[in-house]
Design a binder for this molecule. Structure first.
Ligand SMILES: Cc1ncc(COP(=O)(O)O)c(C=O)c1O
Length: 403
């Protein structure tokens, strides 16, 4: 415990310990903290569906029907029918043959990446030739991919090479150098800290040229990007071309869970080999019922997405005209780059004092001296709320000499 205490003392002395606030009520886009309403600019509830009356009603009906948990792995007795229905609907939504759900998005990456890239026969029971050595499998991952991808890669025991963020020359160099290996390229669809979009067409072209598989983590694109909200592949006109399409149910869908969509054989294989499918419990039943309702709304009500994009345009234009550096954000994730860790913490606290919830994102989540206020706008922000926030961002920017 000595080392743990020393680390805690250090982080507290250097103001590195995160402010983890306790939220008492969630009237999105506001949140209530210690009796005061804050305008929330940091939620991934992009379409406001977590509190949509139709979604809440469906979840409550789910509780009446199934109770609140499956209490078993799906391998044993936890494979309730609504999960199978949900997987059929997710596959249809993504335009793929099949899908498989997991309890969270993080667990999806922890389960899928090793299943595909670890030794496929750990017990030596299949009498077929296999790439047995860990070094025969190579994962090539964008440097800014999400932590759950990094952890999934680590567990897989495959060799991992990171390519410079979105640098296709670097990706090709690695593909060329390791052309004889069994290869998986992984990228976020929308990058979670910068809000930019992966160059998927180029990635797929290179993958075809050098015989690699492609996996996309579309946590922040699902429900948001594309004419029908199917995500990054739809937005870029590449539907059906990604081998392994991962998504989360915890952001635009408003619930909890993760999923992967692709071919029948991919999904069948993942059921055989994914530890986080086999050895843990599934999405709770009422969540599955709520998610089914949310998926219907996403498809039936394009106005949800239209409102979101209207807000993205307004917030971005306002920030740009104030002179903030929002790097290359192309989506609802809009970072205000501040740089110094301490300045970023102080700026975030200033926003909080003025009624805006927008936490500081700092090292080690992002690189040192690239600290930022990571803003997200959601469909249910009003124009007045965005304008009010812009006034406060403006005074924050001036006070801390950011603009
Ligand atoms: C890109 C990305 N992948 C995966 C996850 C994990 O998703 P979940 O919160 O559903 O576990 C996140 C969460 O922030 C994410 O941003």
């Amino acid at each position: 415990m000595k080392l743990i205490n020393e680390i805690l003392q250090y982080t507290e002395a250097h103001d590195l310990y995160p402010d983890i606030r306790v939220v008492d009520a969630v009237p999105y886009p506001n949140l209530v903290i210690e009796g005061k309403e804050y305008l929330c600019f940091c939620s991934n509830n992009y379409l406001g569906l977590s509190i949509h009356p139709t979604v809440k009603r469906a979840a409550m009906e789910g509780i009446q029907k199934y109770g609140i948990g499956t209490c078993e792995s799906r391998f044993i007795a936890g494979n309730i029918r609504v999960l199978e229905e949900l997987e059929q609907e997710l596959a249809k939504f993504k335009g793929r043959d099949a899908s498989l759900t997991f309890a969270t998005g993080f667990l999806t990456n922890l389960g899928v990446i090793p299943a595909i890239m670890d030794n496929p026969d750990p017990f030596g029971i299949y009498d077929i030739p296999l790439p047995i050595n860990d070094e025969d499998n190579l994962i090539i991952s964008d440097f800014l991919n999400h932590q759950s991808i990094r952890e999934g890669c680590r567990i897989s025991r495959a060799q991992v090479k990171n390519y410079i963020h979105k640098d296709m020359n670097h990706l090709e160099k690695i593909l060329k150098r390791y052309k004889d290996k069994r290869k998986l390229i992984i990228t976020d669809g929308v990058f979670s800290m910068d809000g930019d979009i992966a160059p998927l067409a180029d990635i797929i072209r290179l993958a075809r040229t050098y015989d690699a598989m492609v996996m996309v983590d579309d946590a922040h694109g699902t429900g948001v990007l594309g004419e029908n909200g199917k995500g990054t592949a739809e937005y870029l006109g590449l539907e059906g071309q990604v081998d392994i399409e991962m998504g989360t149910l915890s952001k635009a869908i408003g619930a909890i869970g993760g999923f992967v969509a692709g071919s029948e054989s991919l999904i069948k294989y993942l059921k055989l080999r994914s530890s986080s499918f086999i050895y843990t419990s599934a999405i709770p039943p009422e969540q599955a019922c709520g998610i089914l309702a949310a998926l219907k709304l996403i498809q039936a009500e394009p106005s949800l997405r239209e409102n979101l994009w209207r807000n993205v345009r307004r917030l971005k234009a306002g920030l740009a005209s104030l002179g903030f550096n929002i790097v290359n954000s192309e989506t609802q994730i809009i970072p205000i780059i501040i740089g110094s860790e301490q300045k970023c913490v102080d700026a975030s606290r200033y926003l909080f004092e003025h009624g805006i919830l927008a936490p500081a994102i700092k090292y080690p989540v992002v690189k040192k001296n690239e600290s930022r206020i990571r803003l997200t706008t959601i469909a249910t922000h009003t124009e007045e709320q965005i304008d009010k926030a812009l006034d406060i961002f403006s005074s924050m920017g001036k006070k801390f000499s950011i603009i």
